[in-house]
Structures are given as C-alpha cells and as structure tokens.
Design a binder for this molecule. Sequence first.
Ligand SMILES: [Zn+2]
Ligand SMILES: [Zn+2]
Length: 228
Amino acid sequence: MRININLTSLLTTVLKICPRCGATNDKKKFIGAFCEDCFAERVKIEVPRAITYQICKTCGRTRTAKWEHLSNRALEKLALREIKGKFNNVRFIFPDSGDGTASAVFLVQAGDSFIEIPKQFELVQKKTQCEDCSRTSSGYFEAIIQLRGDERKVAKMRDTLVRSLQRKTFISRIEEQKHGGVDLYVGSNKEVFALVEELGLRAEITYTLHGVKNGSRIYRTTYCIRLI
Ligand SMILES: [Zn+2]
Ligand SMILES: [Zn+2]
C-alpha cells in the first residue's frame, strides 16, 4: 500500500504531458506546463510579412523619423516600429542591399531561462526623393557664401566648407567667379551661420529680401569671406 502511493506521486511529479501536442518531458524540454516548442508558438510576437520603407533615389538615405543613411541601426528602428509583442531582446539579420528577406531572432524569458524564437519578413524599398534632394534639384538655397582672396586659401576653404555643409544640409550650386573666388549656394542658412561661427571666420553679412511667405519676409543671406 505504502509503496503504491509513493509511486503515484512520483509519476505525477516527474511526468509532464504538453496539453497542446501531447509530448512528454522525458523526450522534450518543458517550460511551465508546455513543451518548449508549444511555449514558443504561444508567445505572441507579430511580425508583418513585409515592411516597406522609403529610400531616396538620389542620396540613398532612408526615412525613419528623419532622413538618415541606410544602416542596420536605421533598419532596426524601422522594423521595431512594425513588430508587436513582448520580448526581452531581438537580433536582426538584414540583407546588405536593405531589400529582400530579413530575419529576426527574438529572445523571450521562459521561467529561469530564455528561448529563441526565429521569424522572417521581407524588406521592401520604395524609391522616392527626400526633401533635401528635391530642393537641391529645384535650385533652392537660403544662403550664399562668397569666398574671395588668395586662390589657394579659397580652394582649401571651399573644400572644408563643402565637406562640413554636405553632412548637415545641401549645396545646390557652386559657382567659380571669373575674377577669382567662388560662390556656394547653400540650403540652410542656420547651418551656414553655425559653421562660420564654429570656424571663427570673419564674414561680412548682407541680407536681401527674397519674397514674402505667409505674411513674413523671406531673406537670403550672403556671407562674404575674404581670405588673405
Ligand atoms: Zn507541445
Ligand atoms: Zn536625398
């Protein structure tokens, strides 16, 4: 009698049967009441079949919250915006081109340990044009930088300015002047002002009225910088 009772309690504590697939814990690892496969399937992580995002056909930048260079980080931000569910961590593998099949491995807490849940989705690029590029192609500019003076110093300064400004805004036109010097037509006046200050350049600033928009006057700013 005594032996029978002991055996029954031993069996119920040792043998688990998965209520979903019927697997037993002598064959499979269990997490709570379910086998690990059924546990993984019951975790609700919703990944869309395809994630479409915009990419500028001119500069190749991609639109997340703002326009930024195509990178794994940018794609991660895009993907995380579309994925729903609870998970502790995720690892993505994106195609190099940013277009095609991508995979994600989700790490989900299961009792004292973690399980990995792999999923796949398609990344679809939609070619478009960012605001900066469409402004550049339409010749938009807010500021003109006129570099004058020593030919070599002008060339060097022009390279410095172009490199810095292209990271923050855009340059719609560069005009070599007949009698020496160069004019740079730049998209953002704010960025020009900041850079002139940062480099400690002495600039003669003039404003010209360009037009009126929504009742306020629009000025274009010219920075004349003499290098001697
Ligand atoms: Zn199961
Ligand atoms: Zn662009």
